[in-house]
Design a protein around this ligand. Sequence first.
Ligand code: BTN
Length: 325
Amino acid sequence: MHQKAATILQLFRQQGGFVSGEQLSRELGVSRTAVWKHISTLRAAGYQVEAFPSRGYRLISSPDTLSTEEISVQLNTAIIGKRLVNLALTASTNAEAFRLAEDGAVEGAVVTADEQNKGKGRLGRTWSSPPGANLYCSVILRPKIKPLEAPQLTFLSAVAVARAIEQVTGLKPEIKWPNDVLIGGKKVAGLLNEMSAETDGINFVILGIGVNLNMTADQFPGDLRHPATSLYIETGVKVGRARFTALLLNELDRLYADFLDHGFALVRREWQERCNADGREVVISNHGCADIRGQFAGIDSDGALLVQGPDGAIERILSGDVRVL
Ligand code: BTN
């Protein structure tokens, strides 16, 4: 978007009502005719702008885009979102962010896309990513932590997603180990971290976050292993994608600052409070191994699930499917 059109949007939002043509032309340093042209550009991009000869212009509504202008105007962060890249179509925002990080992209850079045609899920699965419906985003972080501590960062994204969903919908999402976010037992968001590291240090971590926002039931593939949902299916109300993205990045930024200053404790506590298994009896099935049954006993500092067996011994679970009894 042209810088002047973006400035007009900013002025609309700061003032919240009519902005006179005269003020716009003064602040932008252009003629009234040029202002009118920039307003036409905004309208062509889907912004509804009302014009009254005596009062000026007023923003009525914004299109549901993930444009960097729309996100950045609602961002309130120190690190995350320092650089925003929005793509119409990409194979996978994780793959794109990985490439940018290898090229030296700053910590906090975020890649979003309108559509992915090779969206990656955990365990080599694909992540269904139809155009214009959901949030597909990847955040580049460069924390000075050991590679073994990196899984802690996925817990950060899970808590940030849960907080953002709660703010937007008022619903109470739950987190399922390791990192699915659920509403009413159905998956609404998935997280996929990828890392580049040496033996003793991390080069960067990519936090991949997919949230089903406005997807309709018929847009889900028929072969899903677990029941899935979207915020729209749950509430009947469409969610502004840029608004949701900004809220999520704002939460992630706060959690990340706390993580860098004080470590994993706060995130771990909130993750456990939001976990669907907290204090419950669980069964873990792991491909090819016998089921493990016991009491949920939290997560370890490396992200392993802790389960207390009937004999009181704590078992560490690194992978598997958790069923709450
Ligand atoms: C899961 O299997 O639950 C993880 C899904 C992660 C999907 C997100 S969408 C944005 C980012 N880019 C990808 O290719 N995957 C992640």
